[in-house]
Design a protein around this ligand. Sequence first.
Ligand SMILES: CC(C)(COP(=O)(O)OP(=O)(O)OC[C@H]1O[C@@H](n2cnc3c(N)ncnc32)[C@H](O)[C@@H]1OP(=O)(O)O)[C@@H](O)C(=O)NCCC(=O)NCCS
Length: 296
Amino acid sequence: MSNHPSLLDLSDRLDWLTSGNMRPYILARKSNRIQNPGEKFSLHWFPHEPFFMDALVINDVYFSDALMNMEARAFAEADMAMPRWVFYDCAIMPGFVSGFAMRTEAVPQSIAKILGPENMKGEWTPISMFIVIPTMREGEWVAHNLSSINSLVGPNERYYGLGFLSKAFGLAYANIEVCCGITQWQSPAMRLHSYYGFFEILTAYTPAHQYSRTLTYRLNVNPEQWKYFFTKQESAEFYDKFEPAGILLDTNDDRQLIDLHMKVQAGEGPFFLDANEIRSKQLDDNLTIYRRKTEG
Ligand SMILES: CC(C)(COP(=O)(O)OP(=O)(O)OC[C@H]1O[C@@H](n2cnc3c(N)ncnc32)[C@H](O)[C@@H]1OP(=O)(O)O)[C@@H](O)C(=O)NCCC(=O)NCCS
């Protein structure tokens, strides 16, 4: 039996998930298929079984084309669309791609117009993508890409939670215990990424990345926390375990990001962020830095 509440009880904006026109997909080469999918967390959140695509099979390549097109549009504003060779070399070969697809004949006109008929060739058209890649550390993966059609359509045409649930599906399906990731401090995606487990800052300032104001995080995947994304309640467990570290971080200020990074580098952490605080503030507001409470 699963302890996790049903998704539909968490929000009445999730009925799209039950539609027969919406299904999760897995895009993975045969040898990267997951053994015993979903075994670790017994989530039972997703009513429909995924279907499989293989980027190495020529007849399936249209699906990767459609994904590349959706992803390029979603990342255009941030100027971080993924080169196709990165998709192949860094996602398809080592990793695992999943997301949601919509039955092509049911795709609304507004979305069809954005995607273009050349990207709606098969029975199913992908509308979100989560890419995750294993690292050299046992059980640790890197979330490499998250994108959803919601970023391209008007508020009334969105499938609420599509981006969040795409990553949730991938983490649960692939039994991922530790997930790192990379995002920019003021990205809307911070509001999603911080809910998958207690969110530790690995780098606060990242000059090795194209954008120095990049945050690298790591978390122990904890589906007990996922419901709060929908209920927007605070997590009692977070406040039980963590306390403010006396830093209110201005994420616009390189000096402060560097100072925090130096503390991480010097082993003064680990430092954490509160998902509920991120969600309830503006994207460029100051953020409280937390540390673990000391025992006793
Ligand atoms: C970031 C992204 C994946 C989120 O997926 P999504 O399907 O739009 O989001 P969901 O429906 O799952 O979640 C909605 C929540 O996300 C947050 N959110 C999404 N887009 C937002 C935006 N433009 N501004 C502020 N918050 C936003 C909100 O908190 C919202 O919930 P709320 O209104 O109840 O607070 C999607 O917008 C996207 O593809 N963006 C472009 C690519 C990108 O930046 N990817 C992340 C790289 S790290």
